[in-house]
Design a protein around this ligand. Structure first.
Ligand code: NAD
Length: 331
């Protein structure tokens, strides 16, 4: 807690993901101290925060609490001292993460939750060498963190179960949807899917079957829209018609034996393939800056999330519940 008794978050690494976490906490009234040695960190944080200010409040019909204070500070010590939550968001390199956890442990109590944004590492691997492994969990978010609710919460062998409980309660209170991952695996749950889709997409470009734009169209005009509101299994249940899921599997199960998919083979990322993808992507999206694309993305996500709120379905149900808590807090 800070002196004026706002809860305090510390974010170590203020890039794409750390900046999103900082904005999520600050927009929920938390004070946030960020440590990032990049001389350009302040500009990047400001830009992400500006986008977040335009996006998260737009999914709600009640105001968020007054903004907390967001500061860039000079050291891990300054950032994490007095924090209720520390979110590690440094680059995906184990040795950097290990050294950061040792530093965080020096200045935090055992009851401070330390979440790692890691996309790939298992929490037990992150805990190796940490003086306070019981405070450490994986809290894997999705970009933009200030807008997308999902956080995969994974405990390691040394994590205190109480830390996991506290983490889920705090994440829910800032409008997120903690998904407890039952078993530690590399890349948790969601990135395993994304990797499978990414692998297939690389093959389709490499084999000249589709351009980057055609692949994106294949997703966003069809199954991508279905996935956003029902996921995979519920969508397939509906696809099975009245006979349901068992019928669906009986009908399409044999296709899995057909040579539709390259399965685990990965195309070699030769300079030529990388250049082909980069050129196609420039032709597809180069007219917009990254910040413009982010704003287009955020506006679209706000629209989808608001539509889901009207049916009280999927992520919309959790947003409605969060809004009720927010309005309850004010009365
Ligand atoms: N980009 C994504 O879509 C995404 C999604 C979910 C999770 N993640 C995970 O989030 C983490 C961060 O990824 P990112 O995409 O934000 O990377 P990024 O490169 O945008 O940001 C990393 C930041 O960490 C800073 N940094 C480097 N060393 C540091 C240190 N010792 N102390 C403090 N800061 C340091 C860098 O200056 C940089 O600003 C990774 O573990 C990644 O796997 C990324």
């Amino acid at each position: 807690m800070t002196q004026d008794s706002h809860p305090k978050a510390a974010v170590i690494g203020g890039g794409v993901i750390g900046g999103g976490w900082a904005a999520r906490f600050a927009l929920n009234g938390w004070d946030v101290d960020v440590y990032d040695p990049d001389p350009d960190a302040q500009r990047k944080l400001d830009e992400v925060f500006n986008n977040a200010r335009g996006a998260l409040p737009a999914v709600l019909d009640v105001p968020l609490p007054p903004e907390g204070q967001l500061r860039l500070v000079e050291s891990v010590e300054a950032a994490v001292t007095g924090a209720d939550w520390v979110q590690e968001s440094v680059p995906e390199r184990l040795e950097i993460k290990h050294s950061v956890f040792v530093e965080i442990a020096k200045f935090t109590s055992k009851t401070c939750v330390v979440g790692s944004s890691t996309s790939g590492y298992k929490p037990t691997d992150l805990q190796k060498g940490s003086p306070k492994p019981e405070q450490l969990i994986v809290a894997h978010p999705f970009n933009p963190v200030y807008l997308l609710p999902l956080v995969e919460v994974v405990a390691g062998v040394a994590t205190d179960p109480e830390t996991v409980e506290r983490a889920c309660t705090l994440l829910t209170s800032v409008g997120m949807k903690p998904l407890r991952v039952r078993k530690e695996i590399d890349a948790h749950i969601a990135d395993r899917f994304l990797e499978a889709v990414w692998r297939e997409a690389l093959w389709l470009v490499k084999d000249g079957v589709a351009t980057t734009e055609e692949i994106d169209d294949a997703i966003r005009y069809g199954f991508g829209l279905r996935w956003a509101q029902m996921g995979l299994f519920e969508t397939y249940r509906v696809a099975g018609g009245e006979a349901g899921m068992a019928h669906f599997i009986a009908q399409f199960g044999p296709c899995l034996q057909w040579p539709w998919t390259k399965l685990m083979d990965v195309p070699e990322l030769t300079d030529e393939l990388v250049q082909t993808i980069a050129d196609q992507s420039d032709a597809q999206s180069g007219a917009h800056s990254i910040r413009e694309l982010e704003r287009i993305r955020d506006t679209n996500l706000v629209g989808i999330l608001r539509a889901l709120r009207t049916t009280d379905y999927g992520a919309g149900r959790d947003l409605n519940a969060w809004e009720q808590t927010l309005s309850g807090d004010k009365t």
